[in-house]
Design a protein around this ligand. Structure first.
Ligand code: MG
Ligand code: FE
Length: 169
């Protein structure tokens, strides 16, 4: 019988898995739509590949701990609310909304992995803690890129608007 700490760790690993599936969906949808902001598009595509690997390693942590992965898809719905914010697609300032959403999502991921690392350490799961630290580095790098580029993306959007060329994505 798993103790409370172990059950919480499993719950949070499943949440992280659902979060990465949501990230995957949001990154691919956004990257596909971006046309006029090539560096943002490339960064989304690169982080999409990292995200797919993150999803796989989190799934491996769940399996290694004896968790059932068959119901994992059902949990993806949890992140839908946040997903809505990210699909501020189809609005006039779509690219700016997408950049803000990416920035926000990465910080949510950072919070999740910081918490998960502590939970893994609390039960002595060294491998899960190590994996989460590796993922955290990638999320922090993406968050830092977004922090630096959000103003640039915004001014490029405003420039395109002023030039009267297609600007929204
Ligand atoms: Mg991630
Ligand atoms: Fe991320």
């Amino acid at each position: 019988m798993a103790n409370d700490r172990e059950e919480m760790l499993m719950t949070w690993l499943r949440d992280a898995h659902a979060m990465e599936e949501q990230a995957e969906q949001m990154l691919s949808t956004t990257a596909e739509r971006i046309e006029h902001y090539p560096s943002f598009k490339q960064k989304l595509e690169a982080h999409l590949r990292e995200t797919q690997r993150q999803r796989d390693v989190i799934r491996a942590c769940i399996e290694r701990r004896g968790g059932d992965t068959s119901t994992i898809k059902d949990l993806a719905g949890k992140m839908m609310a946040m997903g809505q914010g990210l699909s501020g697609l189809f609005v006039a300032d779509e690219v700016v909304k997408a950049a803000m959403a990416s920035y926000t999502f990465e910080h949510f991921e950072i919070a999740s992995y910081r918490s998960l690392i502590a939970a893994a350490e609390a039960v002595g799961d060294v491998e899960t803690a190590r994996v989460c630290r590796e993922i955290l580095v990638e999320e922090e790098a993406m968050a830092a890129w977004m922090a630096a580029e959000l103003p640039t993306i915004t001014s490029q959007y405003l420039q395109r608007l002023a030039m009267d060329v297609e600007a929204k994505h």
